[in-house]
Ligand binder design. Structure first.
Ligand code: ADP
Ligand code: MG
Length: 300
């Protein structure tokens, strides 16, 4: 893992670098002449070996963030790095290499990740061909947890829930340093979900795998170490063992609690007063809208 001096490529893998980091990350989709801002300044750091759940309402930007981390979509603006590799500057070739050697991908729609004419085991072996890392045994462990250890059917003949098990087995078998999963257990019943989560968490802990997964399922999120809530293309809140917190953005902004949003629409005036070194008091200007003496023209 030595730096290559004299190389013009700014992409040096560093053992110390976060698994993923982004700052002021923006993504705009252009569709038929209209711009849709899916990410509006996301700041997030995921350390190696850390397990992180991404939550948030539909349309909040979760899948967009995941496809950017996967190197599939280039961000419109801002910085995003995987283990020190800058995703907006990396060549197509180094992105491909990153996906092969470092990332495990399980994107939305399990079957898009799979060879449908191959068996489950065939998919694992195909994914591991020529791979420096990777363990077919880990793939089989996942298949077994999902009840598919001896199954000769092609994946195309399997149910959506079975395909989801295979997709997870393929992604885990590569022993990725960062596993990216979009709703990885959405098709599974609770029993299968819990068994697969056990394997996922065990393997990740043993291998030092970082996980970034999108889920709507509180049980799945609860197995991760951090829960990040996206809202309107930004990190709104993070839940830790001690509570649920708003997250200060790189620009110093924080989002209002959901419950206040209707009462305090965009453009509302608030007073922000420091009431101590660790405390801010935010009050709606409406609540203090009695006539104020001393203001020019304030009396009528
Ligand atoms: P989530 O996964 O949280 O539901 P997405 O990242 O899929 O959110 O979507 C965020 C926003 O970007 C939404 O407004 C969505 O309609 C839009 N969007 C997502 N993918 C595309 C795309 N391929 N083309 C255009 N707009 C998109
Ligand atoms: Mg999504």
């Amino acid at each position: 893992m030595s730096g290559r001096h004299g190389s013009s490529a700014p992409t040096v893998l560093s053992a110390e670098a976060p698994a993923f980091s982004c700052s002021s990350l923006v993504h705009v989709y252009r569709v038929a002449g209209t711009d849709v801002a899916a990410l509006r300044g996301v700041d997030l750091v995921v350390q190696p070996g850390q397990r992180v759940a991404l939550l948030g309402p539909s349309g909040s930007g979760k899948s967009t963030l995941l496809t950017i981390v996967a190197g599939i979509v280039r961000p419109s603006a801002g910085r995003a790095e995987i283990f020190g590799t800058d995703l907006s500057r990396a060549s197509a070739r180094s992105l491909h290499e990153l996906r092969r050697s470092t990332l495990g991908l399980m994107l939305q729609g399990a079957s898009t990740n799979l060879l449908l004419h191959e068996t489950a085991t065939g998919n694992i072996l195909w994914a591991l061909r020529g791979s420096p890392r990777g363990s077919a045994a880990v793939g089989r462990e996942v298949l077994e947890a999902g009840g598919l250890s001896i199954d000769a059917r092609p994946v195309g003949a399997m149910s959506p829930s079975e395909q989801q098990v295979v997709a997870l087995a393929v992604a885990m078998a590569g022993l990725p340093r960062l596993l990216l999963a979009d709703e990885p257990t959405s098709q599974l019943d609770d029993v299968a979900r819990d068994r697969l989560l056990d394997v996922m968490v065990d393997v990740a802990a043993a291998q030092g795998t970082a996980i970034l997964l999108v889920t709507h399922d509180e049980t799945v999120a609860g197995r991760m170490q951090r829960m990040i809530h996206l809202r309107d293309g930004r990190v709104g809140e993070e839940e830790t063992e001690t509570g649920r917190y708003a997250v200060v953005g790189a620009d110093g902004s924080i989002q209002l609690p959901e419950a206040l949003r209707a009462a305090w629409p965009a453009g509302s005036l608030v007073s922000v007063e420091s009431s101590g070194p660790d405390e801010l008091r935010i009050r709606s200007a409406d609540s203090a809208r009695e006539p104020r003496s001393g203001l020019p023209g304030g009396s009528s």
